[in-house]
Design a protein around this ligand. Structure first.
Ligand code: 5GP
Ligand code: MN
Length: 341
């Protein structure tokens, strides 16, 4: 895909040379990369003297609330009128860690309608054509890596990097690369991480704040999922964990508590595909993880209104939990050869 040429980097540089009204937004239920890349760019742009607002479509996990400038974040569902006004009046809107407007719920149509320049910084497949500038690569391990590249190499403004920016971007890279263990965490990523540490990112503290910060409920819920809810389908090298609304209530699960549970299902030897299927209030949400070449995103796109990366994808179903699980199990037959390779 060719990068968009409507807005060149030199035009962006001259736009950013004077204070602008800027909105940054990121995907529904933001994760570490969504918040890390967005707050990293936020810290950069406020330092440059812009009027910046970060609007998230929904709330996000408590283990990200320590990020620098977190208290400035506006959550759309809690401030709809204010958000709509900000989007309408913005001169530039940065869209981070997503590339289709459906990923930001009701904010999507507001962004589409806004006269602002839209700048996409993203690493997912199949970008939608709504942007005026695109810094996009599916080879990037995280949107935060692309924000680093945008500031340092595109804007040539590495001198403005500081500890807050570095802390946020390190968080995004760490979380989306599975703590630097995925294939996407190549030598270039480690060099960026080293630079971020030089700039003041405390890698040990960031890891602790994100991963050793769980609620007691989450740990007990995880135990329940692993002992009672894990289903291994050896004939498909697939593992499934399903969770009902009642279980979420019983363990008082809040945003962030279910994060990463799917990875435990994938950690079973021989398992190539893992699914975490959860009954939310409005719909059933699926989180898939796979190993090697198996295209988890293809399943999400084809059957569950979603998408993502080859090895980490998600989607949802309007069917009930039992029917969704049944549909998922039935489709495995089509992938049997790939799953048993
Ligand atoms: P998770 O399983 O952690 O919710 O999401 C894993 C990845 O799948 C995300 O990084 C995102 O790329 C993708 N993803 C999750 N849910 C959706 C969805 O509803 N639609 C699309 N297009 N991608 C999703
Ligand atoms: Mn990401």
């Amino acid at each position: 895909m060719q990068p968009k040429l409507m807005l060149s980097i030199s035009e962006i540089k001259s736009l950013l040379a004077t204070p602008q009204k800027i909105v940054i937004t990121t995907h529904h239920k933001p994760d570490g990369d969504a918040m890390g890349s967005s707050l990293g760019l936020y810290a950069y742009l406020i330092q440059k003297g812009h009027h910046v607002k970060l609007i998230t479509p929904t709330d996000y996990p408590y283990f990200l609330h320590w990020l620098p400038n977190n208290s400035d974040v506006i959550i759309y569902t809690e401030a709809q009128e204010e958000s709509a006004k900000l989007v309408e009046e913005a001169a530039l809107i940065f869209c981070l860690d997503f590339n289709t407007l459906a990923r930001i719920n009701d904010l999507g149509e507001l962004v589409r309608a806004s006269k602002a320049y839209k700048l996409m910084i993203d690493h997912h497949l199949d970008p939608e054509d709504f942007d005026d500038y695109r810094h996009w690569s599916i080879n990037a391990c995280a949107a935060a890596q692309l924000v680093y590249d945008f500031i340092v190499n595109e804007l040539e403004d590495g001198a403005m990097m500081n500890k807050d920016i570095a802390t946020c971007l390190y968080t995004g890279i760490m979380t989306d690369s599975g703590s630097f263990r995925f294939e996407s965490a190549n030598a270039a990523v480690y060099r960026i991480a080293a630079d971020l540490i030089d700039l003041g990112a405390e890698h040990w503290r960031i890891h602790q704040l994100v991963y050793d910060n769980a609620t007691e409920n989450r740990l007990r819920f995880l135990g329940h999922c692993l002992s009672e809810k894990l289903e291994i389908l050896r004939e498909f090298n697939t593992a499934i964990i399903t969770v009902t609304k009642e279980e979420l209530q019983k363990y008082q699960i809040v945003t962030g508590d279910t994060e990463g549970i799917v990875n435990y299902a994938l950690s079973v030897n021989g398992i190539k595909l893992a699914a975490f299927i959860i009954e939310r209030t409005d719909k059933v949400k699926l989180s898939l993880r796979s190993t090697g070449d198996f295209p988890a995103n293809e399943i999400c796109k084809k059957y569950f209104n979603g998408g993502g990366h080859r090895n980490a994808a998600g989607g949802f179903s309007d069917k009930n939990l039992a029917d969704t699980v049944q549909e998922f199990k039935a489709l495995l037959t089509d992938y049997k050869n790939q799953l048993l390779q």
